[in-house]
Design a protein around this ligand. Structure first.
Ligand code: MRU
Length: 369
């Protein structure tokens, strides 16, 4: 996507240096820092510490991580056990996003087909780059399929701004291009529809106020940052026409794991008769489970992410302590929104209802175990 006239993605393979490079999202919006990923340890660290984050991007990073395992210093050539063990380590970097396992497994499978070292390296890189390009196209299609939803609201409002609420960052920074939740927004904006986005700040790491606000602003989309607690109030006052969020893992029956706080937005949307859509590529579905609350592992992160807030102070990025030094804090990173609260899914194949029947009708080729 366009950042000050430069086309950027959050991850890419630099052909000149033959290195995987990523935007280090920890410092956005105040600093745009690019990092090299040259080892599996660095890749795992980048995923855990959230230089890269968001389900499709974690999947892409895991995919390229398989290639990195084959070319890093001290690699063990075409040793199958070594490759499988490195892939296992990559998959353990974060527990909730399905895309990580999907991306790593897909590239590992492609690489294992080639017993000769050089052919294995080439296969891993080609497959990882294919994953990235396919996910970019999937997000573009999510934008195209989501557009009529926004168009219909715009028509009903006689061209008045369509107010869309989103949570966390499910934009191009979390994907490769377009984003998932933001893809319909960008597509509507590019088609001349008047849109305005309510951006939940998304504590504790502020992916909304730091990342979504930044990328919407770079694209020229009108937006307003709100506290995570404001959604219910503005919905009650008719200030939200539509909610669109992304997801880290969705069961085949339609339960949705996404950034902590999503469930409360879905409850408020239901109470106020506001459509609540979830946008996702099929790589985010976990076809093996139906009960999201019981079966989706919810990441527990370092309580210091709650205790400290990061921001710009006198030109420097600083962290400040908020609660009393001795207070305990608990950092549940995701929650599960039951399918009954979801109006529909916007996928690369179209829009469907949040039921097992409709999801499987749209993806009959996916195995359900
Ligand atoms: O902890 P994060 O920043 O990786 O969480 C990201 C989210 O919750 C996104 O909403 C989700 O991955 C969908 S991304 C298109």
């Amino acid at each position: 996507m366009n950042v000050d006239g430069k086309q950027m993605r959050p991850i890419w393979f630099d052909t000149q240096s033959q290195t995987v490079q990523v935007i280090d999202q920890r410092f956005l919006p105040h600093k745009l820092i690019v990092e090299d990923l040259k080892t599996v340890d660095q890749t795992i660290y980048a995923i855990k510490e959230m230089f890269v984050r968001g389900a499709p991007l974690i999947g892409a990073t895991g995919a390229l991580g398989v290639y990195i395992s084959l070319v890093q210093k001290d690699n063990k050539g075409a040793d199958n056990a070594y490759l499988v063990a490195e892939c296992h380590r990559l998959k353990n970097a974060r527990p909730t996003a399905m895309n990580l396992f999907w991306g790593v497994d897909r590239v590992m499978k492609a690489a294992l087909k080639h017993p000769a070292y050089q052919a294995r390296v080439t296969a891993a890189l080609d497959e990882a780059l294919a994953v990235i390009e396919e996910e970019a196209v999937n997000c573009q299609k999510i934008g195209e399929y989501g557009l009529p939803i926004i168009e219909a609201i715009s028509k009903k409002k006689n061209g008045e701004p369509v107010n869309i609420l989103t949570h966390c960052n499910a934009g191009w920074l979390a994907c490769i291009e377009y984003g998932t939740a933001t893809a319909p927004v960008y597509t509507a904006f590019d088609n001349g529809i008047d849109v305005h986005v309510w951006v939940d700040e998304t504590r504790p790491l502020n992916q909304g106020s730091r990342l979504t606000a930044w990328e919407l602003g770079k694209h020229g989309v009108k937006h307003t940052v709100i506290t995570d607690n404001a959604g219910g109030h503005i919905m009650q006052h008719g200030m939200v026409d539509l909610v669109i969020v992304g997801t880290d893992r969705t069961t085949r029956a339609g339960d949705v794991a996404n950034k902590i706080g999503t469930y409360l937005k879905a409850l408020a949307a239901k109470d106020n008769h506001i459509p609540f859509y979830v946008a996702l590529p099929s790589s985010t579905f976990d076809w093996s489970i139906t009960d999201g609350i019981a079966d989706i592992p919810i990441e527990q992160r370092d309580p210091d992410e709650i205790r400290y807030v990061q921001g710009l102070c006198n030109g420097k990025i600083e962290q400040v302590l908020v609660p009393p030094e001795t207070s305990a804090a608990a950092n549940h990173a995701f929650d599960v929104t039951p399918a009954r609260l979801v109006t529909g899914f916007i996928t690369e194949r179209g829009v469907c209802k949040a039921t097992e029947q409709d999801i499987m009708a749209m993806f009959p080729d996916k195995k359900t175990n």
